[in-house]
Design a protein around this ligand. Structure first.
Ligand code: ADP
Ligand code: MG
Ligand code: MG
Ligand code: MG
Length: 400
């Protein structure tokens, strides 16, 4: 079937045609549930006795929130399904199971995670996830280590990198994370109360030079297969479990970009509680929980990474004294720099986060946004001084 966007009825018919998904007499209904910027997501459910449900995710040949004036490759659906399948091999159960994918239709049929909640929403409600740090830290260590030159032969790694070449989605990141927010670009959309601060940022050539270096790393450093868009809206959680969705930005890039994206989003939430949680003690307790989560994510990532290294490192230099420590220090410093860029772009640039956007009072929102900008700048400027995750926490707590 050549590409066309499926109507809800066509999605139901398609679901029926996939062997073994639903019983013969299933009474299927379909509903669009997507809240993302780019794609359509349908939930298809059997209202009959099986009660089974699945998710259809279909890419459109353009950006959903903008329309056909902004075309975007359908190849992202292939990348996303291949990344999900690979991530499930590298860390079983960490992502929704892919039941079927159709390259022509840019369609992925996957496990329904409706029991899970988008993590960003839970964090605004000050929920806690006792297993999250362990699960995401392990996910990061396994997916990053096991797709890198540390674990694969150089030939195998380069072949894998070639199959995950993702130029159009990388270009979105290059522009909207690294370039537009740091210049007076018409796409930017910031709280007018931040005008003076934003003007200062645009004139700060020291900061911009560091952002330029980080961007160059994003563009050229094919260290491992990244998720590429690992914010808390790409993570679905229950109290016990964590699933990572939406790897359509996957490509070979610097490990710190994924870890940094995650930490940035935890800290955007930390900043947002300046506006959401006005009772100081309550706020402090939850912010301390978020900082503790940052520390644990890094600590677990590092411990798992070191275990994998000890068991599986192929690189001939692997056992050279000091090599692993230096490697991890570079990843940590990249993490801090990319986290800083991600925080700043969510305040100044086009795409904001609901953690901050849902603070209705503009002055209170500005308080959270100013904190996010200040942490972001500190991270970008001071990343080369960072030697441990506790140094990151010190930069956060000294920012106001
Ligand atoms: P986009 O690429 O457009 O951002 P996402 O993959 O993030 O699309 O999906 C958009 C929304 O659809 C998610 O925020 C979530 O609410 C829902 N969703 C996506 N995948 C699943 C799934 N496997 N199970 C349940 N809900 C899902
Ligand atoms: Mg998404
Ligand atoms: Mg989404
Ligand atoms: Mg997406």
């Amino acid at each position: 079937m050549s590409y066309r966007t499926l109507s809800e009825q066509e999605a139901v018919e398609y679901a029926r045609s996939i062997p073994d998904l639903f019983p013969q007499d299933a009474q299927l209904v379909s509903r669009e549930i997507g809240d993302g910027n780019l794609n359509f997501v349908f939930r298809i459910q059997d209202e009959g006795p099986s009660g089974r449900s699945i998710i259809f995710k279909q890419a459109l040949p353009y950006v959903r929130v903008i329309g056909d004036s902004w075309p975007l490759t359908l190849d992202r659906a292939r990348i996303e399904s291949e990344a999900l399948i690979l991530e499930n091999e590298l860390y079983p159960g960490s992502v929704p199971k892919v039941y079927h994918h159709d390259t022509e239709l840019a369609l992925i049929v996957m496990e329904d995670l409706s029991e899970y909640q988008i993590m960003r929403k839970g964090l605004v409600e000050r929920k806690r996830y006792p297993n999250f740090a362990k699960q995401i830290g392990t996910f990061l260590a396994r997916t990053l280590f096991l797709t890198s030159d540390l674990a694969l032969s150089p030939v195998e790694k380069k072949r894998k990198a070639a199959s995950f070449t993702n130029p159009e989605l990388c270009n979105i990141t290059e522009n909207f994370v690294f370039t537009y927010p740091f210049h007076d670009d018409p796409s930017n959309a910031y709280n007018p109360l931040l005008s003076d601060t934003v003007q200062r940022i645009w004139k700060d050539n020291v900061l911009k030079l560091e952002v330029a270096r980080l961007k160059e790393g994003f563009m050229t450093r094919g260290q491992a297969l990244l998720h590429g868009d690992l914010h808390t809206g790409s993570i679905m959680v229950t109290e016990e479990d964590t699933k990572i969705i939406d790897p359509e930005f996957a490509y070979y890039g610097p490990m710190g970009f994924d870890i940094g994206a995650l930490i940035a989003n935890l800290l955007l939430n930390y900043s947002a509680h300046e506006g959401h949680t006005l009772e100081p003690q309550e706020r402090e307790i939850y912010q301390a929980y978020l900082l503790d989560t940052v520390v644990q994510v890094w600590d677990i990532f590092e411990a798992e990474f070191r275990n994998l290294w000890a068991e599986k490192a192929q690189e001939p230099y692997a056992k050279t004294p000091g090599y692993l420590d230096a490697y991890l220090r570079d990843v940590l410093q990249d993490t801090v720099g990319y986290a800083g860029c991600k925080m700043m772009r969510r305040v100044i640039g086009l795409a904001h986060v609901s953690d901050l956007e849902s603070i209705e009072d503009p002055a209170l929102r500005a308080k959270g946004e100013m904190l996010a900008l200040s942490i972001g700048q500190e991270f970008i400027l001071k990343r080369s001084t960072i030697a441990s995750v506790n140094d990151i926490i010190a930069l956060v707590t000294s920012s106001t």
